[in-house]
Design a protein around this ligand. Structure first.
Ligand SMILES: *Cc1c(COP(=O)(O)O)cnc(C)c1O
Length: 498
């Protein structure tokens, strides 16, 4: 591990700094900015060595470059505690070739979405950070979810001593399985509430509560402090860089690429965390050609990459890929900061325009730094067609989020004739979205119940039903709170008894 200590700075004020463990504890920077590393470390290993390493070995090496104030023993302990039998395959993630592209299956964790890749380790990183920093306050994780973060964060933090977790999800804006997974969550330290509103309403309210000085004081008096499990927390982002390195090593190991060859990466994108991790991997020296950003009908990012204008003033569309139903894509702020040459004042100005008028435009010289990105979107019809097409071509069933990426990928390949080996981030098990997936392949089954469709999916795919889905068939509903977004702060105070 390197001796150089990494410093994290706020995207909105470079004088605001934190150690890696301090940044993880805080989640959001105190000025409302996002913590970013003061430089992107170069990957010191050889690509050949990657082919020999297990997921955990790659994780130790890559995460150690960013989390420099954790000892190797501390990091190893966090990694061993996270990537264990909670995952249903010993390799943690794997590549599946189907119809000429590689689907990187990131959904083998406890809640069958890619959020588990980071949220299984975040509680360990955070409790280690608290110890290192002499923090004795109870850590209250406050999370807005578009469907998958909430469950994965609760599963990670349930009954972790010294922590509580509160999750807000858009009532009516998540899939049946996603909602059932959340409202059946056990654990004395977990609370979940639906809100009348969409994901952006929940995420904005959470950010405002983080920034509320009075609330902070109230919390401090009660011996508590907030932190975040959303991908605004650098402790979410760093573990996601790992699997791009691991995937590259596995492709080379299988002889599908020569070490040194560039690959393309396609990421179904919502809050821009996953694709940002691939961008960091590229900047660390991993040979990635295009970073392909795939959106659903909420195509705010596609328009941004095409025009340089970010405009959230548009209708919020509920789609069949709900975890990407987002108009305020938080992590884009980290890319904007990089594109602005790490100019925090310029980033602050743009973000103030976003929260004021809901729109900002980046200048031409910033746009030029984003040329590695390609962006396109898929409609709900195209998504459904792609699920059926991949199934008919390869007998492989993908979830709707992955299908958005897959559809964008095929059209990119046709138009560009770019034939580089391509990895598509496969972000959820199709079982999490059984209704959408089964009716795409067998429309005549639309009348069946959600659990009948899950059984039908088993027949269609030949893939066994994940434990996470079996668990919710009979699990009792433990949470039924539904509130307005405006009442979130009161709900938090009530539940915490402060
Ligand atoms: C969260 C999520 C996404 C979007 O990932 P971001 O990092 O927010 O861009 C895509 N697909 C699924 C299934 C998700 O849960």
């Amino acid at each position: 591990m390197e001796n150089h200590q990494m410093i994290y700075r706020s995207t909105r004020g470079s004088h605001i700094t934190a150690t890696p463990s301090g940044a993880i504890l805080q989640g959001l920077a105190p000025d409302g900015g996002l913590f970013v590393p003061d430089r992107i470390p170069e990957y010191p290993g050889t690509l050949d060595r990657l082919t020999q390493q297990s997921y955990k070995e790659v994780a130790l090496e890559v995460m150690g470059l960013f989390l420099t104030d954790y000892t190797k023993e501390e990091l190893k302990h966090c990694i061993d505690s996270a990537y264990d039998s909670k995952f249903d395959i010993p390799e943690i993630t794997r590549l599946k070739e189907a119809d000429g592209v590689w689907y990187l299956e990131l959904f083998h964790g406890a809640t069958i979405a890619f959020k588990d890749m980071a949220l299984s380790i975040l509680p360990h990183l955070m409790t280690t950070a608290a110890k290192k920093n002499g923090v004795t306050d109870e850590i209250v994780i406050l999370t807005a979810t578009s469907g998958d973060t909430g469950k994965a964060a609760m599963a990670g933090f349930a009954d972790v001593p010294g922590t509580k977790i509160i999750v807000f999800y858009p009532k009516g804006g998540v899939s049946a399985v996603q909602e059932k997974q959340m409202v059946t969550q056990r654990g004395k330290n977990v609370h979940v509430a639906g809100i009348n509103g969409n994901f952006d309403d929940a995420q904005t309210a959470v950010k405002n509560i983080f920034g509320d000085a009075k609330m902070k004081e109230k919390m401090a008096r009660a011996g508590k402090r907030f932190s975040s499990a959303n991908s605004i927390n650098i402790g979410r982002l760093v573990p996601q860089i790992v699997y791009y390195f691991y995937a590259y090593g596995q492709l080379a190991k299988a002889g599908r690429i020569q070490t040194g060859d560039s690959i393309n990466v396609v990421v179904p994108t919502g809050n821009f965390g996953n694709i940002l991790a691939s961008y960091y991997a590229k900047r660390m020296g991993l040979p990635i050609g295009k970073l392909i950003c795939a959106s659903n009908e909420n195509r705010v990012l596609v328009d941004f990459f095409h025009t340089g204008v970010y405009d959230r003033n548009r209708d919020f569309i509920l789609t069949t890929s709900p975890s990407m139903d987002i108009l305020i894509s938080s992590n884009l702020e980290r890319l904007v900061y990089a594109a602005a040459g790490e100019d925090a004042a310029a980033t602050l100005g743009l973000m103030q325009r976003l929260s004021g008028e809901g729109v900002y435009e980046i200048p031409e010289q910033m746009r030029r730094t984003l040329q590695a990105f390609y962006a396109d979107c898929a409609s709900q019809q195209q998504t459904s067609d792609e699920i059926r097409r991949v199934y008919n071509a390869a007998g492989y069933v993908i979830d709707p989020h992955t299908a958005v990426a897959s559809d964008v990928c095929r059209r990119y390949q046709e138009q560009s004739k770019d034939r580089k080996a391509t990895v598509i981030a496969s972000t959820a098990s199709p079982y999490k979205f059984a209704r959408t997936v089964v009716t795409a392949i067998r429309p005549e089954l639309a009348g069946q119940s959600d659990f009948e469709l899950i059984d039908a999916l088993k027949e269609i795919s030949g893939v066994r039903i994940p434990q996470a889905v079996e668990d919710i068939r009979t699990a009792p509903v433990l949470h039924d709170t539904v509130i307005d977004a405006a009442d979130m702060e009161d709900e938090i105070a009530r539940w915490l008894g402060i």
